[in-house]
Design a protein around this ligand. Sequence first.
Ligand code: SF4
Length: 503
Amino acid sequence: MTLLDFPTREAGTPLHEQKNRVGFISLGCPKALVDSERILTQLRAEGYTVADSYESADTVIVNTCGFITPAVEESLSAIGEALDATGKVIVTGCLGERPEKILERHPKVAAITGSEAVDDVMRHVRELLPMEQHPYTDLLPTAAPGTRSGAAVPEREATRHGDVFAPSVKLTPRHFAYLKIAEGCNHTCSFCIIPKLRGQQVSRDAAAVLYEAFRLVAGGTKELVVISQDTSAYGVDIRYRESEFQETQVRAHLTDLAAKLGEMGAWVRMHYVYPYPHVEKVVELMAQGKILPYLDVPLQHASPRVLRAMRRPGAGKQLDTIRRWREICPDITIRSTFIVGFPGETEAEFQELLTFLEEARLDRVGAFPYSDVEEADANVLADPVPEDVKQERLARFMEVAQRISAEKLAEKVGRVMPIIIDEFNDDEGDLPGTRLIGRTKGDAPGIDGQVYLYAGEFAGQVKIGDIVEARIEESDEYDLFGEVVARPAWKPNVPQLGHFSHH
Ligand code: SF4
């Protein structure tokens, strides 16, 4: 476990005189990452230094994940490691919703908060490491009661301007950012405890999301990755309430939000979209080139009986829905995840899943063998599938998925397509910037494939975050290989800010 390496901020008092160094461990999903960004933003705003090693940390915050048993274990061992090293640990995040679990193993933690608890985390940090007030160097007054994130503006007012939820410290590289549009979930999938951990869905106003996106794109972000537990259900809890963004009323509805985000000129990528009817309208925006032709649709299974046992939302005519989406937007990349070996899954039902995979020809597929999650309703279902059968089904599933992925990628060979550059792939002997790694519009950061490129005549000119045009020359099961052929200028529809040293 390593601490986040983060640029430090000079505080008014020399470091050795003031205890203000906070280490941070961020575990879990992109949603948890956004929470980490919010906490780090607030720490920095209040003058704390983010330590990059245990030795230099006065206390450590561990943002935990409680989703599946291995994640709980990882979180508990991270807490243990941080406690051994510093003796002062604040636990936050999903596992924090189950304090008894943490205390059982680590009775000496200084404080525990749940997820989305920036204020509580900051309160504990201030108690453990009280800061002297520096009227000339402090960026923000300390938290006023009834406000979020310690910002001294009434919450409603701040929400209107999109600054409350919006983290200004980013843990992702500058060129892409996660945009969280809602928290919590109204479903009751039998294998999942997120609704128990994070509660019912709470959507952000469209204006808050749009102002955050606007600021990100103005600061150089080229790809906005929209996340929530159930993106299709965005706005349901606030009855699609309207809010004002740049003198226009915008509904908190996925279609309207996607259209507005698309106008900013950045890549807009949608995750965790369930196949509800209105998603067709979002796919139309993809066909029109307004947002990326990419949908991450967690389907989990194809057998109607298993889906019912899973209590999945939007289950039903999955194949028809996918065909319809492809008619509207032939270029769409569909990503999905599945669970194999769900309790009671028969060989015939598993076969049904494989047949579905062959017919749907999804572009990107991930699969997990079912594992019990403490407190999940599925734990008590009859006929658990033996571990070796689960593993065997997973291997058969992945074989089919890999073949389809390889075939689909082979169709891309010979095409010229835009690629967003994530990193240099320097090797000894190459001039810096000769080899690059990026992604197509069909690849989400961190989970999908990559494109390995030679910069060719553009060697040394391409920067991280550039969107280049590249000719695809080869492919394998997951990745593409090619060469840069053009480096068009980046022209978003949002005025660009000058230089940002960091967010
Ligand atoms: S939709 Fe189902 S799996 Fe997803 S967060 Fe909600 S309950 Fe969990």
